[in-house]
Write a protein that binds this ligand. Structure first.
Ligand code: B12
Length: 319
């Protein structure tokens, strides 16, 4: 007989969330012994994950865990740690295991699922799961423990999750541009082929109600400037990772400064792996503000503080 893992005992509200029903319905099922449950010493109901899944399948009720068979229990624990404790160790370990065993689609599904959770801030997912997962991929590749092909698969798996998340509307900003939505230009600097960080910033802004004009990787400084003017953008976000250098950053700032028009003011935000390189640089310019962000969470705090009157409507999951 398979040993019980005590971590897999769920509360009635966790079962209710998983099955999309009210807690009182779960209690009714357990009282009627339709769903097997156990009582803690304190008299609280606990239901084993496997029993819940069998119960759901017998009734043709789908759950998000179905897509992960046979890893449902691992995914359940990873999602619980992430949502309850902002702890992504299990998420990163699972994703890494799937990468080396050749299951990149599961990585996409996991990040997509976590990124769809209204109870998990998207900036937290970016900084504490996606970024560390990709950093570990980079380390393993450097140490020769994974192939370059696997590094590409990891990037692609994460990119696909981010593209799907960007396409989700669920009560977020509509697809058409409207006058009252603020426009932001987002991309990665000239010479920089890393753009997962820029994608994270794009989604973060979209969920805060912005109309984002996304330019992708390797964007010339002149294009950031020209797009800001043609779209009358109030914010320009540049992602900057090595091997793009401080010289690239300087050139970008010179161009942005040269093309600046006082009648179309905007904020300039830099971030990415290259940001520690430029933190010490003195930057003066005509922008409403210029800031370097070490993380998506720091950037979101700035957004929420209200970018000089920017009205941001937080991303909401539809009921
Ligand atoms: C994936 C990857 C690639 C992929 C990129 C694919 C893609 N579609 O983006 C590919 C294979 C193309 C690639 C190529 C190269 N790479 Co590479 N790559 C990586 C890797 C493994 C992950 C980067 C990543 O996507 N991270 C995930 C994102 C989400 O994290 P992030 O960018 O840090 O973004 C977060 C924050 O910084 C912030 N953020 C980011 N941008 C912005 C912007 C704003 C405005 C704000 C507010 C916040 C913000 O929010 C994000 C969420 O937390 C890193 C390893 C590592 N330690 O990160 C190496 C790494 C960056 N690469 C490196 C190198 C050397 C290269 C190559 C030169 C390799 C080669 N010899 O060809 C080329 C260079 C290509 C080029 N010209 O840019 C080195 C750089 C080291 C250095 N100091 O020079 C690293 C560090 C690996 C290493 N340790 O050696 N790479």
């Amino acid at each position: 007989m398979q040993a019980f893992n005590s971590e897999l005992f769920m509360t009635t509200s966790e079962v209710a969330d998983l099955l999309g029903v009210h807690s009182s319905t779960v209690k009714r099922w357990t009282d009627a012994a339709e769903l097997e449950s156990h009582k803690t010493d304190g008299g609280h109901r606990r239901i084993y994950l496997q029993s819940v899944l069998e119960f759901a399948r017998a009734r043709n009720v789908g759950t998000f865990l179905d897509a992960f068979e046979p890893f449902e229990s691992h995914v359940w624990l990873a999602a619980r740690d992430a949502i309850r404790h902002d702890d992504f160790k299990r998420t990163v370990t699972l994703a890494m295991g799937w990468l080396v065993r050749g299951h990149p689609k599961r990585i996409t599904a996991l990040f997509h699922e976590l990124g769809s959770r209204p109870d998990l801030p998207f900036s937290v997912l970016c900084d504490r799961a996606i970024q560390p997962f990709m950093a570990e991929v980079g380390t393993l590749w450097r140490e020769g423990r994974i192939r370059i092909g696997e590094e590409h698969q990891a990037s692609q798996a994460v990119l696909e999750a981010l593209i799907h998340l960007s396409a989700r509307r669920d009560g977020a900003a509509p697809i058409v541009r409207s006058e009252d939505r603020r426009c932001a230009i987002v991309g990665a600097m000239s010479g920089d082929h890393h753009h997962l960080g820029a994608m994270c910033v794009r989604i973060l802004l979209e969920r805060n109600g912005w109309d984002v004009q996304y330019l992708g990787a390797d964007t010339p400084a002149e294009e950031f400037a020209a797009m800001q003017r043609s779209r009358e953008a109030e914010l320009v976000c540049v992602s900057f990772s090595p091997p793009a250098s401080v010289a690239h950053m300087r050139r970008c700032l010179d161009v942005m400064s040269e093309f600046y028009r006082a009648e179309l003011p905007y904020h300039l935000a830099f971030g990415g792996l290259g940001s520690p390189l430029i933190e010490a640089e003195a930057v003066n310019g005509p922008w409403e503000s210029f800031r370097i962000y070490p993380s998506a969470e720091a950037f979101e705090r700035w957004l929420n503080a209200g970018v000089s009157g920017v009205k941001s409507e937080p991303w909401r999951e539809s009921a």
